[in-house]
Design a protein around this ligand. Structure first.
Ligand code: ASP
Ligand code: MG
Length: 455
C-alpha cells in the first residue's frame, strides 16, 4: 500500500518539528513524501527578489538567513559523519544556485517569470534535501528528488500552472516506483513541476498540497495524508468561533469550496487530480499523530448535516463597473474579464445586474485590475470603483441546496445580529453559497451562522 505523506511548512519549522515528521514517516512502509518549503522560506525568497533588484549588496544577508534555517536543523539533528557532510554539501550547493540566480536578478534589475519560478522552487528543493538527509542520518533510507525531474508535468503557465495528471503518471512511475521497490523513501518537493518546454512552473501559493495529490494519483497510492499543525478541517476558523469543531468527514466538493472561500487548511485544487479514483484523503495533525484528523471522501456521505462548514475571507476586493444597461450588452462581461485575464488576474466570482458588474478579486490584483478596466472604459461604462471594506462568508455543505429553508436560516441568523448583507450569491456551486458583509461585522456574522447550524 503506497501512502503519500505531505508535510507543510508549518510542520517543518525547526529541528523538533522536523524530527517529529521523520518519526511519523519512518513508522510507515512504502511512504512517498512531498514537502513544502521550511516555514518562512518562500516569503524569504519573495523578499529576496525585491532586495536583489535594489542592490547586489542585499544578497549576502539573504543567503545567510537561508543557510541559518537549514544548517541549524542539520546541526541539531544529524550526528557527525559522512551522511551529515553529504547533506551539508547538498544544501550548500543548492544555496549557491540561489546566489547565482539572485546575482543575475541584481545585474538585470529585473527577472522573467521563468527565472522567478526557478528561484522560488529552491525553497521546496532545499526542504526535500534537508528532510531526506535527516532521515538518512536517522537510518531511514531516503532520497530527495527534484519535482521536475521526478516527473510532475504541467501546462506552460509559469506562475499558476495546472498539472497534467496523465503525463505525470507516465513520467513518475518510471522514476519513483523503482525507489519504492528498494524500500527507499522518496522525498519530492511540492509547489512546482516542469512545463512542456522543460522549464520550471509554479503551482500557485500553497501549491504543495496539489503536488501531493498528483503524486498520489501518479503512483496509484491508496492514501494521501496531508500533515498539518492543526486537527483537520474545522466547522469554522477556531480563532473566530471558539466552539468550532473538527469535521470527521467531508466530501471533495466541500473541501474544495471551503478552501476556495478561505479555509486555509488545504489548497483548493488538491482534490482535482484525485477525481475518479478511490484514493482516501486524510488531513492529520502532526502534534497528535494518533488523532483521527479529517477524511475527505469522493462521494458525499448519504446522511449528515446540511452545513459542513463556514469559511471566512478578508482577502478580498471588488471592482464595481457601473453603466446604464450593462447587463444587456452582449460581450461586455467577456471584454472586462479578458482584460483581467490578459494581466494574469484571476476573478474569484462575478455578480452582475442591469446597471452593475461586480468582480471579486484578490486585493493584490485589484488595483492593477482597476487601472486596466478604467483604461478600457468606453461610452457604456460610466464609472469603475474599488471596494475594499467587505469580507466574505462562505457556507458550504452537500445538502444546502437540497432542502427548503436553509438560506432563510442563514440570513435570519445574520439579521438577528443586525448585520447587513451587502451582496450574496447562492447556487454558484451546488454545495456552496456566500455573502458579503463589512469587515467589521465578519466575526459576528460567522458566529451567527455557526451557532445556527452547530448549536
Ligand atoms: N512554499 C509555497 C508557498 O508558501 C508552497 C506551499 O507552501 O505549499 O506558497
Ligand atoms: Mg508554505
Amino acid at each position: 500500500m503506497i501512502r503519500v505523506m505531505k508535510f507543510g511548512g508549518g510542520c517543518l519549522r525547526d529541528g523538533r518539528s522536523i524530527a517529529q515528521a521523520c518519526a511519523i514517516i519512518a513508522a510507515q512502509k512504502k511512504a512517498v513524501v512531498v514537502v513544502s518549503a521550511v516555514s518562512g522560506v518562500t516569503e524569504l525568497l519573495l523578499g529576496a527578489i525585491v532586495q536583489a533588484k535594489r542592490h547586489e549588496k542585499n544578497i549576502p544577508p539573504i543567503l545567510a538567513a537561508l543557510a541559518a534555517k537549514h544548517f541549524g536543523v542539520i546541526a541539531e539533528l544529524c550526528p557527525n559523519g559522512p551522511v551529515k557532510r553529504r547533506l551539508q554539501a547538498a544544501i550548500a550547493s543548492q544555496i549557491s544556485q540561489v546566489e547565482r540566480l539572485l546575482t543575475g536578478i541584481a545585474c538585470h534589475r529585473d527577472l522573467t517569470p521563468a527565472v522567478r519560478a526557478r528561484l522560488l522552487s529552491h525553497g521546496e528543493r532545499l526542504a526535500a534535501r534537508l528532510l531526506a538527509g535527516v532521515m538518512e542520518s536517522l537510518e531511514t533510507e531516503s532520497a530527495a528528488m527534484d519535482a521536475h525531474r521526478a516527473g510532475i508535468c504541467t501546462d506552460d503557465n509559469c506562475e499558476n500552472a495546472s498539472i497534467d495528471r496523465e503525463r505525470t503518471r507516465k513520467a513518475m512511475r518510471a522514476k519513483v516506483a523503482p525507489l519504492l521497490r528498494r524500500d527507499i523513501v522518496p522525498v519530492i518537493p511540492g509547489f512546482f513541476g516542469r512545463g512542456p518546454g522543460g522549464g520550471i512552473t509554479l503551482l500557485g501559493r500553497n501549491g504543495s498540497d496539489y503536488s501531493a495529490a498528483a503524486v498520489a494519483y501518479a503512483l496509484g497510492a491508496e492514501r494521501l495524508e496531508v500533515w498539518k499543525d492543526v486537527d483537520g478541517f474545522m466547522s469554522a476558523d477556531p480563532s473566530r468561533v471558539p466552539t468550532a469543531r473538527r469535521l470527521e468527514r467531508l466530501s471533495f466538493a466541500e473541501a474544495a469550496e471551503l478552501s476556495y472561500f478561505g479555509a486555509k487548511i488545504l489548497h483548493p485544487r488538491t482534490v482535482e487530480p484525485l477525481a475518479g479514483t478511490k484514493i482516501r484523503v486524510f488531513v492529520r495533525n502532526m502534534k497528535d499523530p494518533a488523532g483521527a484528523g479529517s477524511e475527505i471522501v469522493a462521494a458525499p456521505p448519504s446522511r449528515g448535516p446540511e452545513v459542513a462548514g463556514i469559511a471566512a475571507n478578508t482577502r478580498l476586493a471588488i471592482i464595481r463597473v457601473h453603466g446604464a444597461g450593462i447587463g444587456s450588452r452582449p460581450g461586455l462581461l467577456a471584454n472586462v474579464s479578458s482584460l483581467l485575464a490578459a494581466g494574469g488576474i484571476n476573478i474569484h466570482s462575478v455578480l452582475t445586474s442591469q446597471t452593475c458588474i461586480n468582480l471579486l478579486l484578490d486585493p493584490a490584483d485589484a488595483r492593477r485590475g482597476l487601472i486596466k478596466v478604467k483604461a478600457a472604459a468606453n461610452g457604456v461604462i460610466r464609472k469603475v470603483e474599488l471596494e475594499e471594506r467587505l469580507a466574505l462568508v462562505g457556507v458550504v455543505g452537500e445538502r444546502i441546496m437540497e432542502k427548503e429553508g436553509i438560506y432563510a436560516r442563514i440570513f435570519s441568523a445574520v439579521a438577528r445580529e443586525k448585520i447587513n448583507v451587502e451582496m450574496a450569491a447562492a447556487g454558484a456551486s451546488p454545495v456552496a453559497c456566500y455573502f458579503l458583509v463589512r469587515c467589521t461585522d465578519l466575526d459576528r456574522a460567522v458566529r451567527a451562522v455557526h451557532d445556527e447550524f452547530f448549536p
